[in-house]
Design a protein around this ligand. Structure first.
Ligand code: NIG
Ligand code: FE
Length: 399
């Protein structure tokens, strides 16, 4: 069944060849979807016929959001920890172990229900592609089952066995790293596309992080890194060294870190000029929920670094599943323009996952399309906290 979405007042295609500016904006547009793919994009008045019609009635349309960083497999919450932070306690990442204990104690069905709940929340807010990490199991069996459950909801699954050293290995971190690279990776990798490490003081140092990421690469996993979140450190440059698809957080960057990220753009040999780039994924929900200074998005953008925005949805540092909320924060608090923020939340997330079939509305792309209850994408930042996503097509199917 083909579907014509017509009378789109403002269409974000993310293809400059299809419209104005980097967002490839078109007015009075239409899109035809067929077989789960975009089959035609153009002026509403010259649109071909289709089996069914969806009248956008002048509303704005854009590609579904690509949330390239989320930790959805966990049990329990840490509302009390959040309350204490808002009363002045710092965020250290120490609460991760609280969630590990709750996650280990949960049944498969409890974990599955939590992922389903959060995936549903995200979808209603326009997220059509979501990456899901493990990292609250931290034993061979619990990491493997976290990823098995994550795979039921997304192909973009990430093995984060190196989130923190679990309590039973507290005085022998080398042994833990050995297990992550050995039996844990073997059990996890069949269910994962990516490997990630929390490279930070109090989590994994650069030597351990390099060893773990290299083991993952050796079995075919792509690299992502939690880097430079709580303080300056070597994580970003390690990510660049290993050709990571993305380094995430990037809250505390040196000039050399920014230069290293910018240089990855020019190393790219691929025809579309972009896929080997290491993306800087910014997670403003984490700075909001830990009451921390925001990353300097302007410095990265002005240096030519590819930027993505993602939620970091997790029960500790950022318990939001809302990409529109992250867009609003990025615009208001990180001085991104609304166009830069929408691009980072769609095309940027796709680049961070090395995908070219999502984050754009071009012929052949996956038919993941949002209609806003608003005439322009600008309203995503202009009307913060308002549920503007009124229609979600995922693979061409209305949700
Ligand atoms: O991305 N930084 C490491 N991991 C998560 C936080 C996890 C937690 O606090 O439970 C993050 O912020
Ligand atoms: Fe994270």
């Amino acid at each position: 069944m083909s579907l014509l979405v017509t009378d789109i007042g403002e269409l974000v295609t993310n293809d400059p060849a299809l419209g104005d500016g980097p967002l490839g904006l078109r007015r009075d547009a239409a899109v035809v979807v067929d077989g789960g793919r975009v089959a035609w994009v153009g002026d509403a008045r010259s649109a071909p016929a289709a089996d069914a019609v969806l009248d956008a009635a002048g509303r704005a349309a854009l590609p579904g959001f690509v949330d390239s960083h989320a930790h959805l497999v966990f049990a329990g919450d840490r509302a009390a920890e959040f309350g204490a932070r808002m009363a002045g306690e710092p965020y250290t990442g120490g609460g991760i172990r609280t969630t590990v204990a709750a996650t280990r104690a949960a049944t498969d069905d409890e974990l599955r229900a939590n992922v389903a709940r959060l995936r549903g929340e995200a979808l209603r807010q326009g997220t059509t592609t979501i990456e899901i990490k493990s990292g609250y199991g931290l034993s061979v069996a619990d990491e493997a089952r976290s990823l098995r459950i994550a795979r039921e909801f997304s192909d973009e699954t990430t093995f984060l066995g190196a989130h923190v050293v679990p309590p039973e290995y507290a005085d022998r971190p080398d042994d833990y790293v050995g297990m992550v690279c050995g039996s844990m990776l073997a059990a996890a990798s069949p269910h994962a596309r990516w490997i990630d490490v929390f490279c930070e003081r109090g989590a994994f140092d650069v030597d351990h992080a390099r060893a773990i990421l290299a083991c993952g690469q050796a079995v075919g996993l792509g690299v992502r890194v939690h880097a430079n979140q709580l303080g300056p450190g070597p994580g970003v440059q390690l990510g660049v060294e290993l050709g990571a698809a993305s380094v995430d957080h990037c809250t505390h960057l040196s000039g050399a870190d920014v230069d290293a990220l910018a240089s990855t753009r020019f190393d790219c040999m691929c025809p579309d000029g972009g896929h080997t780039t290491t993306v800087a994924t910014l997670l403003p929900g984490a700075e909001f929920s830990t009451r921390s200074p925001y990353p300097d998005a302007r410095r990265l953008l002005d240096a030519g670094v590819t930027v993505a925005l993602a939620t970091d949805c997790n029960p500790g540092s950022s318990y939001t599943s809302s990409m529109p909320f992250c867009i609003a924060l990025a615009v208001r608090e990180m001085r991104m323009t609304p166009a830069e923020a929408v691009s980072a939340a769609t095309a940027g997330g796709a680049r961070a996952l090395r995908r070219d079939d999502v984050g754009v509305l071009t012929v052949g792309a996956r038919a993941d399309l949002l209609l806003l209850d608003a005439p322009s994408y600008l309203h995503l930042a202009y009307r913060p906290g308002v549920p503007l996503v009124s229609t979600v097509l995922l693979n061409g199917e209305s949700q």
